[in-house]
Design a protein around this ligand. Structure first.
Ligand code: ZN
Length: 443
């Protein structure tokens, strides 16, 4: 490991050492850990054991990393079906933390951590932050929600682990966020990208020039976002925007993160084993082919996940990152298979709408897709806010923008869509994850 460390870039931390492991050593470590986690799940979790037994499999059938493809997938409904503690592999006396999803439909999803798991989680977020060039002395304003949601506490522990100063703001209260950003000299903002935009907009209204503040980096996640959104954030501030990826079922935020090259997200492969599958057939796809991201936890104690189907669409990027990390990278998750809308038989992703809208001057990155049904036919209306200058301009410019947007969406989506331009700040703002779609169709 010492020779590997020598190649490490300036943007790392002692905890980043595994980012630079020679590939054969990393694969060996993964195999050893994979066997460990399968053995543990087999012994401790009745659900996994019976899944394996149904297929005539036992832990000793895993002899190589490729053998992982023999194992059954785990899906979100498995977590609901075993609610609350059915997938735990540790007794409650060893579990130091529980988190849960918001559970908008039915029972929430519960996840558990031993002390070792919390330490792992902290270490991967330290590695994320180090890869983003953050360090001791940074003032990190954490506007992810604190509570059952994993975002707040995950980032909090990681920021402290890095040795940075944390402002545990949690979400909401935009004016106060901006006041503290200014008064405390925040250098890094952590929140959802849509909430960052909301804050930038509020700052404008308060007459605070974000470009005059020390704020220089943002670590954004918990919702899919686009390159167009990144350009907007970066044009309104001095923020260098980083994409962080994670999900509670695997550990929370910190499964992967961009480095300063911004060419995909490094997956912390010594803890999380990534595969890309064809979502229809379940077949493992080669690097460079898009599909559904499947993750296996290699070290999780309290709640191991074997081949968990994330519903996130990405690809494993071929080749090595220029930063020197040997960790494989996934492409940015711009869409989730869950987000796919079917409108008049056509597949539509909100990210396609977002990229199309943000190409045009005069639009604001606030939009909503309304779906309804008239005379049995799906109707899709995209409401998008425009800048006050545009709104107050001669009617001609507004009409021209409207027509351009309709034509572009028509071309991109292959679908006739109505566009409604609305005044700035007329759409509801999110305090956390943005609500982009309102589906009023009766199914
Ligand atoms: Zn890199």
């Amino acid at each position: 490991m010492s020779s590997a460390l020598a190649t490490s870039a300036a943007d790392s931390h002692p905890a980043s050492a595994p980012d630079y492991l020679p590939v054969p050593q990393l694969r060996e470590l993964q195999l050893q850990r994979l066997r460990g986690v399968i053995g543990r799940a087999w012994q401790q979790v009745k659900f996994f054991r019976s899944r394996l037994e149904q297929r005539g499999l036992a832990p000793q059938d895993i002899r190589s990393l490729a053998d992982i493809a023999k194992l059954p997938f785990t899906v979100k409904s498995d977590l609901r079906d075993t609610y609350p503690f059915g997938l735990f592999a540790s007794p409650m006396k060893d579990i130091v933390r529980l988190h849960a999803s918001s559970g908008t439909t039915g029972k929430p999803i519960v996840v558990a951590y031993t002390q070792e798991d919390v330490n792992t989680w902290t270490s991967v977020i330290v590695r994320c932050f180090a890869g983003c060039g953050l360090h001791r002395g940074d003032i990190i304003q954490n506007a992810y929600g604190y509570g059952l949601f994993t975002g707040g506490l995950g980032v909090h522990y990681g920021a402290e682990g890095l040795g940075a100063t944390v402002i545990p703001m949690s979400g909401g209260n935009a004016h106060r966020q901006i006041m503290l950003m200014k008064d405390f000299g925040t250098t890094v903002l952590c929140c959802t990208p849509s909430y960052c935009l909301h804050l930038l907009e509020c700052a404008g209204e308060l007459g605070v020039d974000m470009k005059q503040l020390p704020l220089r980096a943002g670590v954004f996640g918990a919702e899919p976002w686009t390159e167009a959104m990144r350009r907007r954030i970066e044009s309104l501030s001095n923020i260098e925007a980083f994409d962080i990826y994670g999900l509670s079922e695997i550990i929370g935020p910190g499964v992967g993160c961009e480095c300063r090259r911004h060419q995909g997200l490094h997956i912390f492969e010594d803890h999380f084993y990534p595969e890309i599958i064809d979502p229809a057939t379940g077949e493992v796809q080669p690097d460079g082919i898009e599909g559904e991201l499947v993750l296996t936890t290699l070290t999780k104690q309290a709640m191991p996940m074997i081949r968990y189907r994330t519903r996130d669409i990405a690809m494993l990027l071929p080749g090595r990152c220029e930063c020197g990390r040997t960790l494989r990278r996934i492409s940015r998750v711009g869409r989730r298979s869950d987000d796919m809308l079917i409108v008049r038989g056509v597949n539509v992703f909100p990210s396609q709408v977002e990229s199309a809208l943000l190409q045009f001057e005069g639009t604001l990155p606030q939009y909503q897709i309304l779906l309804g049904r008239e005379h049995g036919l799906d109707q899709m209306v995209v409401q998008v806010e425009v800048t006050p200058q545009m709104f107050n301009d001669k009617i001609g410019a507004l009409q021209a923008l409207h027509d351009q947007l309709e034509a572009t969406l028509d071309r991109v989506l292959g679908l006739r869509v109505q566009v409604a331009l609305v005044e700035a700040r007329s759409l509801q703002r999110s305090e956390g994850k943005a609500r982009r779609v309102i589906d009023r169709r009766i199914t």
